[in-house]
Design a protein around this ligand. Structure first.
Ligand code: NAD
Ligand code: UGA
Length: 455
């Protein structure tokens, strides 16, 4: 029986390994992590990651051929293939601070594999990494004292949170990069054969190591660039009376542009877009490509501008003061269908409003109250932030409601906006940072309503 070990039981490691174990019942998959609480949660029904459909897939293979463990050494020892799925956040200290990727978790995995392995292993980079990281990984592994030999591959993950199970079931492509040696080619074939159990062969792309590593950063940069581009246009829409949804529809019908990923918003959040673009910027600067670095950095600058523009608009509209005013926040996750708040635009908007002395009543269907307070740096006793268990509780007595995540539950056909309107202080304002609400309908109820990119 082939044995896989996945190091890192997070948003990528958990769902990806659940899918592989579901599709390959003859392969034993063990997901390990240093975080014992996370591992314990994967063993129960309250998974640490919320993804539609994930629990069913986990239940199907858990304790059959899918295992979660903190015994990292044993799992590495038993594995033929090791997927590294650890976090690679932006460095907060020293050289490259606030730009470069922090590779300490990756390096500690490499050293642990080198120390423990006593048989040949295929080591797969699934984490998103700076181009040429595989070189360092290989040097650390090859310095191991034992007889084990290692083949290093790059197999970046392209799933998006909220649709992870669908993306894994039906990926646009699977990308695997490897060295051009017979041993690496054989390793690459082994990993490709696993995906080929359910992914059509023509969607499994193979490249050299560096193309694979760089393609992941480039893909995220291109995706984020589309959002910053439409958000830049949204500012002009607000100034001119054009409607950004209409503009996005009109330009998206050109097949060279395409309709997807053109939704104006309060900016992209999530753990990857900003981190990966900053990583790309750092790499470009490192190679002396300053114009290229500045070009990509502008995508992040535009994203920061968009978040701030939205909070400024709220303050301006509420008669230039929100001091002591109650504001209902609907949605805190960085997008719908996830409990993840990393780099959520909601955090930045809420912080701006708190800095203006507002009182926030926040509701999100999936984010835990403790997570919200930690992200905003407040304690449970702090009177400026309350967490509400439903949108009505959040809206009672509020001057404004502000939608920050596009949860389906906030759409006009799902939420009783007439009831909400009646509960609020008048004039009642609605700011939709995600354009999920039909503004004309809520204006008929009596709201003064504003969307992103709508004059
Ligand atoms: P995460 O923080 O949710 O999970 C990473 C896990 O690795 C954590 O649970 C952490 O405890 C564990 N870990 C760190 N060092 C370890 C070690 N030495 N030994 C054992 N466990 C260790 O991160 P994530 O969102 O799953 O992202 C992981 C990687 O995948 C990142 O490089 C990210 O850029 C990339 N990625 C993420 C997504 C996404 O949607 N989240 C999509 C594609 C790629
Ligand atoms: C993104 C990519 O879409 C994945 O392909 C990639 O694997 C992943 O990053 C990664 O490397 O981590 P993710 O961040 O999970 O996935 O979610 P997205 O759907 O890309 O959304 C990112 C942010 O952009 C969200 O805040 C979302 O609300 C925002 N967004 C997205 C918009 O504002 N407008 C859009 O049209 C699309």
């Amino acid at each position: 029986m082939t044995s896989i070990c996945c190091i890192g039981a997070g948003y990528v490691g958990g769902p990806t390994m659940a899918k592989i174990s579901q599709k390959c019942p003859d392969i034993s998959v063990t997901v390990v992590d240093t975080n014992a609480d996370r591992i314990a949660a994967w063993q129960g029904d309250d998974l640490p990651v919320y993804e539609p459909g994930l629990l069913d897939v986990v239940r199907e293979s858990r304790d059959r051929n899918l295992f979660f463990s903190t015994d990292i050494e044993s799992a590495i020892g038993a594995a033929d293939i090791i997927f590294i799925c650890v976090n690679t956040p932006t460095k907060t200290y020293g050289i490259g601070a606030h730009r470069a990727a922090d590779l300490r978790y990756l390096e500690s995995c490499a050293r642990q594999i080198a120390a423990v392995a006593d048989s040949d292993k295929i080591v797969v980079e699934k984490s998103t990494l700076p181009v040429r990281t595989a070189e360092s990984l290989k040097r650390i592994l090859d310095a191991a004292q034992g007889a084990a030999r290692f083949q290093v591959l790059s197999n970046p993950e392209f799933l998006a949170e909220g649709s992870a199970m669908e993306d894994l079931e039906n990926p646009d492509r699977v990308l695997i990069g490897g060295e051009r040696t017979p041993e690496a080619a054989a390793a690459l074939q082994t990993v490709a054969d696993i995906y080929a159990r359910w992914v059509p062969r023509e969607r499994i792309i193979t490249t050299n190591l560096w193309s694979s590593e760089l393609s992941k950063l480039a893909a995220n940069a291109f995706l984020a660039q589309r959002i910053s581009s439409i958000n830049a246009i949204s500012a002009l829409c607000e100034a001119t009376g054009a409607d950004v949804d209409e503009v996005a529809f009109a330009i998206g019908t050109d097949r060279r542009i395409g309709p997807r990923f053109l939704k104006a918003s309060i900016g992209f959040g999530g753990s990857c877009f900003q981190k990966d673009i900053l990583n790309l910027v750092y790499l470009c600067e490192f190679f002396g490509l300053n114009e290229v670095a500045a070009y990509w950095e502008q995508v992040v600058i535009m994203n920061d501008y968009q978040k701030q523009r939205f909070s400024h608009r709220i303050v301006r509209t509420l008669f230039n003061t929100i001091s002591g005013k109650r504001i209902a926040i609907l949605g805190f996750a960085f997008k719908k269908d996830t409990n993840d708040t990393r780099e959520s635009s909601a955090i930045y908007v809420c912080r701006d409003l708190l800095a203006e002395d507002a009182k926030l009543h926040i509701h999100d269907p999936r984010v835990a109250p403790a997570r919200i307070r930690t992200d905003l740096g407040v304690t449970e006793e702090d009177p400026s932030v309350a967490v509400a268990s439903d949108p009505y509780e959040a809206a009672a007595g509020a001057d404004a409601i502000v939608i920050l995540t596009e949860w389906d539950a906030f759409r006009v056909d799902q939420l009783d906006y007439e009831r909400i309107f009646k509960m609020m202080r008048k004039p009642a304002f609605l700011f939709d940072g995600r354009n999920v609400v039909d503004l004309d309908r809520v204006r008929q109820i009596g709201f003064e309503a504003f969307g992103v990119g709508k004059g």
